[in-house]
Design a protein around this ligand. Structure first.
Ligand code: ASP
Ligand code: MG
Length: 450
């Protein structure tokens, strides 16, 4: 058995669903359980409708709901009756909310869950029309969660028991189609696992049925050696470890957040990233152990629009408690600090969110001399051998010859080497580094871009 999860854009239209059906059909022999997100932007639209309703704009909410219904009927094909019944329930909910004027997390879940409830019915029906022996299964009968609505956590013993005892035998015989994102509490109240939760659902289901692998089908070819928004033409990474993927995700590689597939990691189940528009591409395989490679760097990640704060004071010399005082200021203003470098009398750090910057600088100025630089970028070389390979920093400095490196940090994570450059230098720097570290490619790990 395998789990195949398709995100919102993979099921956004009748044509997209038809592509999904062909992909699943070709893999029917592997006994897939199919997990789908809501169609296209449905979740956002449902949440917007709920907001309209509680704000007292009932008619506006109902008009938007009618639009969303038309979209589902148009793209959803022949399950018309069921779709209409679901939207009739939704209309009642919307009216109720507009009277109450209050949106509790529990009602948010009740409404947003309709996205996946609908998409899973529609996809199961489309499969059957294509001759696939598919059966719709309501995820809420399997995924049992606590009652922290909108960000519920699965109760694993109950959930795994249901999946193992009831879903697995069924999935041996028929292709089960289930909605991601949704579950129910012990009391049977609909809950959701948090935005983007369908990947999490796929991992939970895969772990529960002891799947051989979990396939996450998206609209990219997999993980690339560099961020395509900064530098196009990155090579596909064929295999990467969970910890490397986690490092990349932190730096905004949006493909998949590995924390969401933790249940799979714990059970040693590989997770594949695949492209539903180009199913022939073999994608990226994320594995539990390490992924040995002749290239020490697996990928270059970046974070733009970073602000650096340089803090300098002679009073730091030989003094203790200075760092604590500095960090207290950031803490007090609820501003996370990402990267830190220190010397005897200075500290440089980066922040992502400059909203409270003026107040922070005001406070810090009482104890030190402060310089702020906006529009900086962090570049991060990721690879599980980065820390253990000598000469990496040398190669970085060599290839960035002429670029001013403002901060550099290695060692906090053994998996990365990070440094800060001016935003205006970012694209040239990434280009130079990419040439340096990926001119030659280990063919077992990378697929060269065409
Ligand atoms: N439909 C949900 C969302 O948009 C879950 C998901 O797509 O993973 O957040
Ligand atoms: Mg999504």
């Amino acid at each position: 058995m395998i789990v195949m999860k398709f995100g919102g854009s993979s099921v956004e239209s009748a044509a997209a669903i038809d592509r999904v059906a062909s992909i699943v059909q070709a893999r029917a022999g592997q006994h897939p359980v199919v997990v789908v997100s809501a169609m296209g932007k449905t979740t956002n639209r449902l949440l917007a409708i709920a907001d309209e309703a509680v704000a007292g704009r009932k008619n506006e909410a109902l008009t938007q709901l009618a639009d969303l219904e038309q979209f589902h009927l148009r793209e959803g094909g022949s399950v018309g009756g069921k779709v209409e019944a679901h939207f009739a329930e939704l209309a009642e909910l919307v009216k109720g909310l507009s009277i109450l004027g209050e949106l509790t997390p529990r009602s948010v879940d009740a409404i947003s869950a309709y996205g996946e409830r609908l998409s899973s019915l529609i996809v199961a029906d489309a499969f059957r029309r294509k001759g696939i022996d598919a059966v719709h299964q309501d995820s809420r009968d399997y995924i049992i969660t606590d009652d922290r609505h909108t960000l519920a956590a699965p109760l694993y013993p109950e959930t795994y028991a249901h999946l193992e005892q009831r879903l697995a035998p069924r999935a041996q015989r028929q292709i089960a189609v289930m909605g991601g994102f949704i579950g129910s509490t012990k009391a049977g109240v609909t809950s959701t696992l948090g935005r983007g939760g369908s990947d999490f659902s796929a991992a939970i289901i895969g772990a529960g049925i002891k799947a051989a692998e979990i396939q996450i089908w998206t609209d990219v070819d997999g993980m690339l050696t560099c961020d395509p928004r900064i530098l196009p033409g990155g090579h596909r990474v064929k295999v990467i470890s969970f910890s490397e993927a986690a490092e990349l995700a932190y730096f905004g590689a949006k493909v998949l957040h590995p924390s969401t597939v933790l249940p799979a990691v714990e059970k040693n189940i590989p997770v594949l990233i695949l492209n539903s528009r180009r199913p022939e591409v073999e994608g990226t395989r994320i594995i539990s152990g390490s992924a040995p490679s002749a290239n020490p760097v697996k990928a270059i990640a970046c974070k733009q629009n970073i602000t650096t704060v340089h803090i300098r004071s002679m009073r730091m010399l030989g003094a203790h408690g200075f760092l604590r005082r500095i960090f207290e200021v950031f803490d007090h203003h609820q501003t996370p600090v990402d990267m830190v470098t220190t010397s005897e009398i200075s500290v440089s750090l980066t922040i992502d969110n400059p909203q409270r910057l003026d107040a922070i600088v005001g406070e810090l100025s009482k104890i030190a001399e402060i310089t702020v630089e906006r529009d900086q970028a962090i570049i991060c070389l990721v690879g599980d051998k980065v820390a253990h390979t000598s000469g990496i920093a040398g190669r970085v400095f060599q290839s960035l010859n002429g670029t001013n490196i403002r901060m550099i940090s290695q060692g906090a994570s053994l998996l990365n080497l990070s440094f800060v450059v001016a935003g205006s230098d970012l694209s040239n720097a990434v280009k130079a580094l990419h040439t340096e570290f990926f001119a030659e490619l280990d063919p077992a790990v990378f697929e060269r871009a065409q």
